[in-house]
Design a protein around this ligand. Sequence first.
Ligand code: C2E
Ligand code: MG
Ligand code: MG
Ligand code: MG
Length: 271
Amino acid sequence: QVKSAGGGGYRPYVSVRDAQIARRLVLERELRGALDRDELRVVFQPIIRLSDGQVDGVEALLRWDSHRLGSVPPADFIPVAEETGLIAPIGDWVLRTACRAVAAYEGLRVNVNLSPRQLADPALPGVVAEALQVTGLTPDRLALELTETALLRADEATTDALVALEELGVELVLDDFGTGYSSLAMLKEHPVHALKIDRMFVAGLGADAGDRAIVEAVIGMAHGMARPVTAEGVEHEGHLAILKDLGCDYAQGYLLGRPGPLTDAVGEPPA
Ligand code: C2E
Ligand code: MG
Ligand code: MG
Ligand code: MG
């Protein structure tokens, strides 16, 4: 207890830690009903092919507009969904929603993020196969973005899932490359087809010689293994010029298009 200013009374002292726990419980409680209350939506950010500047595909990103809490960022609620297991129904819904939206366009490709727990779930390959079947999207038009953390688990369930997904014919992309316990050996050990350089390295392009060296090395090694590279977080023309210079294949970022309705990225679907 701390003595309150100016009065003789006492009020309960709420620690930062207690406040975090309380927030976490509220998030969990609200997230449980979010799907049923229709509070979730998927936005899309264009992925640009640097050789010709055209949209190659889009990344699906989840948004939560909570009636009670307002807009909650994925960085806050995805971990809660992970820990509670809510990621299974939510992830399933994202997959279907993203595949359905993109299937309306001819040949358009979509990237969907998967969390470690989804990848370790033996039901995942079936869930992906069903999403493709129900929406009519062909497997070559779906890419699943995995993180190094998910691959690090490297338990039998995860390895089996990767093999099954590869057999389905979907592309596997290593996301946020360089931020985790990263090792290029992961590209060798797992059936990963492409990688995305995290925006923390892109941010320093043009200013930080170290970041340029890292980006250059990652592109060089990925290309040596015949894997295409996407740069995340491209915000300035200067970033773009250097990435083109370094032979980066694709780019994504606020400069090229913010996450939003699919029509913002690719216009109306053909009738
Ligand atoms: P991520 O997969 O690395 O997604 C890229 C993040 O960078 C997105 O944040 C995007 O809005 C943001 N971004 C894109 N361009 C720029 C830029 O130029 N500058 C800056 N500063 N940021 C940019 P968002 O949407 O808040 O998502 C954060 C993370 O949450 C994602 O990182 C992903 O790991 C996770 N996430 C989002 N949607 C899903 C989902 O449906 N399922 C799962 N499992 N995770 C998701
Ligand atoms: Mg991603
Ligand atoms: Mg990423
Ligand atoms: Mg990232």
